[in-house]
Design a protein around this ligand. Structure first.
Ligand code: UD1
Length: 462
């Protein structure tokens, strides 16, 4: 007998992409605002009672979830195309608890903890839970908040955080992170802006998204120095005001398109980008044989017909980003020679290996290191992206493969790539999105679809 939820699942519509292989790209692609910046800037709106205007906000499902979280707390949000106006003056403090379903849909919602503590002295947030790219601890967030004087306990799968000191404020201090964490740096950065006294973060993450956050907070009246380096100094101020801010271009989306150009061996121009945010990727692609011209806000890439194999090891910024490891592996699967791809940031971020192997790639996996021997041509097949960046890798591999591929797992892709197939289509790719009634029907009716999967809704960040 079927349960109600299984019947619903069978009848639900699943999107998939049909991608024609041996594609050539040409022209210019417009790069959207950075998802990872936008999410944290939206959370920062909770720190003040005036209107924040955020430009260049990408249209993504992760942004929709963050919008719903802020609305559930009482914020007033208006969206007009890529402009978001947020006013959090209406938060009354009765709502100190983030909704379970939304936190589980968006792990990055954890960054609301600092602003909410500052506003209401206490907050209850469900633990973000498991994730498709491995265990993702939150100890650095918690230790940092405790150092700022917050009483934190975990009860019934919830984080319950309270300011209990007589000042009823966070108290500035020195925090030395054991590991470089983007999220924990952002949590403490936001919490410390309105704290009493000075906070020094040592071993801070240096990602451009952290610089973007600090720039916006400074526009709002904060006193932050050193963001973008490993030591950040934050002098607490009494209040923050509204501002207008433009989100930086998405370096991961830009990197994905650079790799799309390389894997299809076709030249491409990208803008707007901040070229130095892409340095580690550009230097690996140059080593692989691509010619790359950088100007103010634009990058032009001209790949060779034969791509050389080049090793990478993922590292915190300015190292090679873990978020581009899967797309890069797809490229190396088509390169001359053997490359070594080592993942050091997340423990379970090799889910694309099996799918690439089904396309005929020669990859040997040893723990978190993949040895990739390039093949002449990948074979089209039915593919499923297991997380956000793997989904993008599946599309890129399909662009280069012989034949027509079907890519599922679009709920992941839509979290982080704005109008991905439209952008590829405008570059000349024959790609289209369709809906299928149920995975089972897909299996019966379409020969090419051998292993359709149901997409899980596990919380993810990347
Ligand atoms: C952010 C990005 C994600 C990117 C990742 C690394 C967002 C929304 N997501 O995720 O796209 O892949 O940075 O560049 O910005 N860690 C701990 N304890 C903690 C926190 C983290 O041990 O309290 C570890 C993690 O397990 C991981 C490493 O630190 O091994 C880096 O994680 P972190 O930088 O925190 O990633 P996120 O902020 O979750």
């Amino acid at each position: 007998m079927h349960s109600v939820s299984s019947i619903l699942k069978e009848d639900s519509l699943l999107p998939y992409l049909r991608v024609e292989g041996k594609s050539c790209l040409s022209g210019h692609v417009n790069i959207s605002g950075a998802k990872n910046s936008a999410l944290v800037l939206m959370a920062a709106s909770l720190l003040c009672k005036e209107t924040l205007v955020l430009n260049n906000i990408p249209k993504l499902t992760d942004i929709d979830v963050m919008t719903n979280i802020l609305k559930s707390l009482g914020a007033n949000i208006k969206r007009n195309k890529n402009k978001l106006q947020i006013n959090a003056s209406g938060l009354n403090g009765n709502q100190k608890e983030l909704p379970y379903e939304l936190v589980h849909a968006l792990r990055a919602s954890l960054v609301c903890i600092g602003p909410l503590l500052t506003r209401f002295e206490e907050v209850k947030i469900p633990l973000p839970g498991g994730c498709r790219i491995g265990a993702r601890p939150i100890d650095e967030h918690i230790n940092g908040l405790q150092a700022l004087g917050v009483n934190v306990r975990i009860k019934d799968e919830n984080i319950i955080a309270k300011i209990t000191n007589p000042l009823r404020k966070l108290i500035g201090t020195k925090i030395n992170f054991k590991c470089k964490s983007v999220g924990a740096t952002e949590t403490i950065l936001m919490a410390a802006t309105l704290a009493h006294g000075t906070t020094i973060i040592e071993n801070a993450a240096e990602e451009p998204e952290i610089q973007d956050l600090a720039n916006m907070l400074n526009k709002m009246g904060a006193n932050i120095k050193g963001a973008g380096s490993s030591q950040i100094n934050i002098e607490g101020v009494n209040r923050l005001h509204g501002c207008i801010h433009r989100v930086i271009p998405d370096r991961i989306e830009a990197g994905t398109f650079l790799i799309a150009s390389a894997i299809t061996r076709s030249p491409l121009t990208l803008s707007p980008v901040i070229p130095h945010h892409l340095e580690s990727v550009i230097s690996k692609l140059e080593e692989a044989g691509c010619l790359i011209e950088q100007s103010n806000e634009q990058v032009k890439i001209i790949p060779p017909q034969t791509i050389n194999s080049v090793d990478i090891t993922t590292m915190p910024y300015p190292g090679f980003p873990t978020d581009l490891q899967a797309p890069y592996m797809a490229l190396m699967a088509t390169a001359r020679g053997t490359s070594k791809i080592k993942e050091t940031i997340f423990e379970k971020r090799m889910q694309h290996v099996g799918e690439l192997q089904r396309m005929g790639s020669k990859i040997q996996l040893q723990g978190n290191t993949a040895f990739v021997s390039g093949v002449k041509s990948l074979k089209a097949t039915s593919l499923t992206g297991g997380d956000l960046r793997s989904s993008a890798a599946m599309v890129l591999a399909s662009l280069s493969a012989q034949g027509i591929s079907i890519v599922e797992g679009l709920s992941h892709l839509d979290r982080g790539y704005e109008n991905f197939e439209d952008k590829l289509s405008s570059l000349g790719v024959n790609i289209s999105r369709s809906m299928i009634k149920s995975p089972n029907r897909m299996k019966k009716n379409t020969k090419i679809l051998e292993q359709p999967n149901i997409v899980s809704s596990d919380a993810e960040v990347a």
